[in-house]
Design a protein around this ligand. Structure first.
Ligand code: NAD
Length: 272
């Protein structure tokens, strides 16, 4: 598994397993299947209501804790300094873990105007050794500019919507210029539609791979961290099997040309 070294020296697997929309009672099973397939990084959130199931799978896997990387996120109703500290404790209680690997502010929620204060709480958790790295999610250039002005710790990660039809070149460049790793959510564009695109099916056939593998390989070659989601064991295995082939520069150019500014999720400038 490739790893990405974050701006504080912590290493993170470049490919992990996302569990949005996986109910808690299925999460344990899905995460166990992912761990058996070789995934070592799991992406959950308070919002997903499956931290308990994720925690059970992690604790019962028998895999040494220091070989696993667990991310969770603070939800929009948990902004504010004291609330954020309490939110972290509650997430850790559900996960059943002593130390978290990565804690993210899920959305900047600019209308609440509390993300700087919230970040101060994450800095405190980091200084206290309760989390190995802190970061943000869905932060725009505008929100990052303001955060970086007031922050002591530069976010290690910005987890954003990113797939071939929403390639986020400007935000990726901003992250990279500031030492922030870009992590792609909905890396497969949520599957439907994107994976049937003729460009992708043609490149996939050429390499004897699936369109999903081609898209994940595109992310890996761009340097993105990716967290594809599936609850189907064959797809869980397929999605991690992307380190044994390479897209050529022509493939990368063709996929880059698919960018259509097609956002699937909410707009971070107004959401939350
Ligand atoms: P995704 O792009 O990973 O797509 C998942 C869907 O694609 C699956 O439900 C399935 O229908 C299909 N799929 C998966 N593997 C496939 C394969 N090999 N072949 C064909 N189809 C396949 O979408 P996602 O779940 O939205 O995003 C991944 C993860 O990102 C989430 O689980 C979550 O952890 C994270 N996320 C974060 C945010 C955020 O705001 N920070 C928002 C959305 C998602």
């Amino acid at each position: 598994m490739n790893t990405i070294t974050l701006n504080n020296g912590v290493t993170m697997p470049q490919l992990g397993f996302g569990v949005w929309q996986v109910p808690d009672d299925e999460a344990e099973h899905a995460v166990s299947a992912a761990l058996a397939a070789g995934y070592r990084s799991i992406d959950t959130a308070k919002l997903y209501q499956n931290e308990a199931g994720v925690g059970r799978a992690v604790r019962e896997s028998g895999i040494p804790r220091d070989e696993l990387f667990v991310t969770t996120k603070l939800w929009n109703d948990e902004h504010g300094y004291d609330r954020a500290l309490r939110a972290f404790d509650a997430s850790m209680e559900r996960l059943g873990l002593d130390v978290l690997d990565l804690y993210l502010i899920h959305w900047p929620a600019p209308a609440q105007n509390k993300y700087v204060e919230t970040w101060k709480a994450l800095e405190k958790l980091y200084a206290d050794g309760r989390v190995r790295a802190i970061g943000v999610s869905n932060f725009t250039v505008q929100a990052l500019d303001r955060l970086l002005d007031e922050a002591e710790v530069v976010p290690a990660v910005n987890q954003i919507e990113l797939h071939p039809q929403f390639a986020q070149d400007a935000l990726r460049a901003y992250d990279s210029a500031h030492g922030i790793a870009t992590e792609a959510w909905s890396p497969l564009g949520q599957g439907k539609g994107l994976l049937d695109e003729p460009v992708l099916t043609r490149i996939a056939a050429k390499h004897g791979r699936s369109p999903a593998q081609v898209v994940l390989r595109w992310h890996i070659q761009l340097g993105n961290i990716v967290i594809p989601k599936s609850v189907t064991p064959e797809r869980i295995r397929e999605n991690i099997d992307v380190f044994g082939f390479e897209l050529d520069p022509g493939d990368m150019t063709e996929i880059a040309a698919m960018d259509a500014d097609r956002r699937l999720g909410p707009d971070p400038a107004t959401f939350g």
